[in-house]
Ligand binder design. Structure first.
Ligand code: NDP
Length: 333
């Protein structure tokens, strides 16, 4: 099997040298094990955190060991009664063309429910993140203004559309004109701002949010967020989902103090990790699946073909190369 190891711990932006391709021999299948062929491999911004040594909510990757993450795989050989040959599973697996597993942590996926890749996106971790963060922290009410940063990505696109379903005015912030037109034309956002060309983001946001901001779903942090905070209404809710603008930072981020604004507006700010809501995944997954089936949620993927594309796909997240969920297709089902 081909595999990709963490070659070194990046300082700042990872590079091609962060990754090392190598070939490994898989041992013969033991009783209880399955041989998995990777079909789709997910690249996600949180993986950048795992490349560093710093303590976080998931353990760091080990040097010279495979990078791991969300993978949809096919069972191509089985000595495990629960997972027959031909079954498709979702799991946290190595970046590897083939891998062995004893089945722990693998969830069978129904290939007839939706395209297989959706289980890494709208029906998987990013979709659940959008649903739980927006509805359980943001708690949007009809007529309120919801702002989402990182709006054209895997999580952001779902957040904005759910906010529209809930009857809100939705304003997205993203990094290219193509993304802005996608958000407005295809996803029905009321307004969208290109933070790279807007000049004064605060002014652009104020124009897009004439009634202020009631809910802010933050994927990026930094100056984009500072602009949003200046527009918060009383009792605003802020879901801190991601801070991608800092993931490659080499010194601690600083900025204006937000506490006086939170105090004055009596706003609630809450960081969260999707796993906090595991008890509500059933409800969230069925909500997302029904909206998708009813055509109320649009879904876009950016799929690169071939195992070798994994580093490039991952690095592209930090350059804004993706509209919707970034994935790599490794093999046909
Ligand atoms: P995306 O699909 O949104 O991809 C990342 C996007 O971030 C890029 O396309 C780019 O779009 C934007 N971006 C990159 N660098 C910057 C920057 N310096 N400033 C502003 N925007 C930037 O990824 P996901 O949807 O998977 O994840 C979105 C966020 O949610 C991430 O921060 C991630 O860590 C977080 N997350 C948190 C979870 C949790 O449990 N709390 C779970 C899943 C994700 P653009 O062109 O707009 O710059």
């Amino acid at each position: 099997a081909r595999t990709i190891l963490l070659n070194n711990r990046p300082q700042g932006m990872p590079t091609d040298d962060t990754f090392k391709f190598t070939e490994i021999d898989l041992p013969a299948l033991q009783e209880g094990q399955v041989l998995l062929k990777a079909l789709y491999i997910s690249v996600d911004p949180y993986m950048r955190g795992r490349m560093s040594e710093a303590k976080s909510y998931v353990a760091p990757y080990k040097l010279n060991e495979p990078i791991t993450g969300g993978v949809v795989a096919e069972v191509v050989e089985s000595r495990n009664g629960r997972l027959p040959q031909g079954a498709v599973v979702l799991g946290n697996l190595p970046w590897q063309t083939y891998s062995l597993s004893d089945g722990t942590g693998l969830t069978p996926v129904d290939p007839n429910l939706a395209p297989l890749s959706y289980h890494l996106g709208i029906l998987g971790m990013p979709g659940l993140t959008a649903y739980c963060g927006l509805l359980f922290i943001g708690d949007p009410k009809p007529g309120e203004t919801v702002v989402v940063s990182g709006a054209a990505g895997a999580v952001g696109t779902v957040v904005g559309q759910i906010a529209k379903i809930k009857g809100c005015r939705v304003v997205g912030i993203a990094g290219s004109d193509e993304k802005i037109s996608y958000l407005k034309q295809d996803l029905g956002f009321d307004e969208a701002i290109n933070y790279k060309t807007a000049g004064n983001i605060q002014q652009a946001l104020a124009a897009a949010c004439p009634k202020g901001v009631d809910v802010y779903f933050d994927n990026v942090g930094g100056e984009i967020s500072d602009a949003v905070y200046s527009l918060l209404n009383n009792f605003a809710r802020i879901a801190i989902c991601g801070q991608i603008s800092f993931y490659n930072a080499t010194s601690p981020p600083t900025g204006p103090r937000v506490e006086p604004i939170l105090l004055k507006t009596k706003s609630l700010m809450k960081g969260f990790i999707v796993g906090d809501y595991v008890d509500r995944f059933g409800e969230a997954a069925s909500g997302l699946a029904s909206w998708l089936k009813e055509g109320k949620l649009q879904y876009e993927e950016n799929v690169l073909e071939g195992f070798d594309q994994l580093p490039h796909a991952f690095l592209g997240l930090f350059k804004g190369e993706n509209i919707g969920k970034q994935l790599v297709k490794v093999a046909d089902y």
